[in-house]
Each structure stands twice: as C-alpha cells, then as structure tokens.
Design a protein around this ligand. Structure first.
Ligand code: ATP
Length: 223
C-alpha cells in the first residue's frame, strides 16, 4: 500500500495556527496519510534576523502538534550538516524511504513564488508533488506563469486550473485553503510588545513564549 506523505518545512519561529490549519486543509484535500513538519535547523532564507534556537522552535512545534494523529515532526534537518536546503532534505527522505512513500511538498504561495531563489529548486519538481497553499496578498494566477517561466513549458492545467500535470515531472496542486493572514513575524512583534498572542498560536505555545520570555527583544520588526 502506498503512503501519501505531506512534507511541511518551515522556520516555525514560532509555529502559529495558520501553519496548523493550512496543513490540516491540505491533508484533507489531498487525502494525505501524514504530514511531517520539518523545522529548518539553519534556514537559508531568513539570514537578515536572529532566529530562535532550534530547541525552542522544536518544543513549540511539539506542543502544537500533540493530539493530531496525522501530524508528525522530524529533526532530519538538524541531523544534516550545513544549510537546510529542501532539495537535500527531500533527497535524504527518499534515500531512507521504504519505496512505498509518495511525497507531497507543502509550501505557502509566498514561498512558492520565490522558489527560483532556492538552491537547486528545479530538482524539487522531480522529487515530490508540490502542494501550494493560498496566502493573503499573493495571487494564485501567478502559479501557472511561474511554472511555465521558471520550471517547464510542458505543464498542463486541469480544466479547473487547480492542478498542473507534466509528462515527466510531478504534478503541482493548489489547495483552496482558508485565507489566514497570520505570520510568525506578527506573533513575534506582538510578543515583543507584550501584547496578546492568544488564538494566533496554540495556548501551550503562548504559555511557553511567556514563560521563556521569547521575542522580548523584538518590538519593531516589520509585520
Ligand atoms: P515569517 O513571518 O517569519 O516569515 P511565516 O509565518 O511565513 O514566517 P514560516 O515558518 O516561514 O512562517 O513558513 C513555513 C511555510 O508556511 C512557508 O511555506 C509559508 O509560505 C507557509 N505559511 C506560513 N504562514 C502561512 C499562512 N498564514 N498562509 C499560508 N501559508 C503560510
């Protein structure tokens, strides 16, 4: 029996309810057996600011995922040396796989439209299905343009324009997920200003942030 595995990478600094809800909606839409959240140990795209140590981000993820039998987490990127490049992570996952896994790489629309800045990004399309989740402020129409201009002209949209197939690469699927205008940046800024973050993150994460006084040195990062 084949396993349909969602792979959801991110900085998760901190994980918020937007991450959780879009992952749940992607799981349901694509009938995935599991979603594996993979926090980046050394994210290449967030170099302009200080990132919380992996252990804090890992523990907040652990607190958030508890209770959902479909949600799992992996520290594979912490065990791999060097920058956390998704192409290397997917290769490593495939190397360790039993051969029954079908990989679905989950990515928000904002990140998807920047994929051409990622290390060896074209290879991602031959390692896993791509699952694009809507995000406020980003136009879904740009997905097709991006695919054709930056990956391959041979993508064909389905009649609804919700997925794109390719003769040799994996397909790209769009999820009609709820628009949730929530970001880790906005959580960090609010926490830094000692304002409420209740309902933007799981209650346990809110308590964790308060207890450890995380983000207390941040008050003017742009939301
Ligand atoms: P930051 O504000 O620090 O940039 P972020 O909220 O974008 O963080 P990340 O951990 O960088 O969170 O995101 C991991 C993945 O989740 C990325 O693919 C991102 O596009 C996606 N994502 C995060 N929040 C949302 C959201 N509210 N809606 C859709 N996708 C999201």
């Amino acid at each position: 029996m084949a396993w349909r595995l969602g792979i959801f990478g991110g900085t998760f600094d901190p994980v918020h309810v937007g991450h959780l809800r879009i992952a749940e909606e992607a799981r349901e839409a694509l009938d995935l057996d599991r979603i594996i959240f993979i926090p980046a140990a050394d994210p290449p795209h967030k170099v302009q600011r200080k990132i919380l140590p992996f252990e804090h981000r890992w523990r907040m993820l652990f607190l958030s995922l508890a209770g959902n039998p479909h949600f799992h987490m992996s520290d594979i990127e912490q065990k791999m040396a060097g920058k956390s490049y998704s192409v290397l992570t997917l290769n490593e996952l495939r190397r360790k796989s039993t051969g029954r896994e079908n990989y679905f790489f989950l990515v928000g629309l904002d990140s998807f439209l920047e994929l051409d800045t990622w290390y060896r990004y074209r290879e991602l399309f031959s390692l896993a299905h791509l699952v694009v989740m809507r995000r406020p402020g980003y136009k879904e129409k740009a997905v097709e343009t991006f695919l054709k201009q930056s990956v391959s002209l041979d993508y064909t949209p389905d009649p609804q324009g919700r997925s794109f197939s390719h003769p040799s690469l994996f397909s790209v699927h769009m999820v009609d997920n709820t628009h949730l205008d929530i970001s880790s940046t906005c959580v960090r800024v609010l926490a830094g200003q000692e304002r409420s973050i209740r309902y933007l993150v799981a209650d346990e994460v809110m308590s964790y942030i308060e207890y450890h006084k995380l983000y207390s040195d941040i008050s003017n990062e742009r939301k």
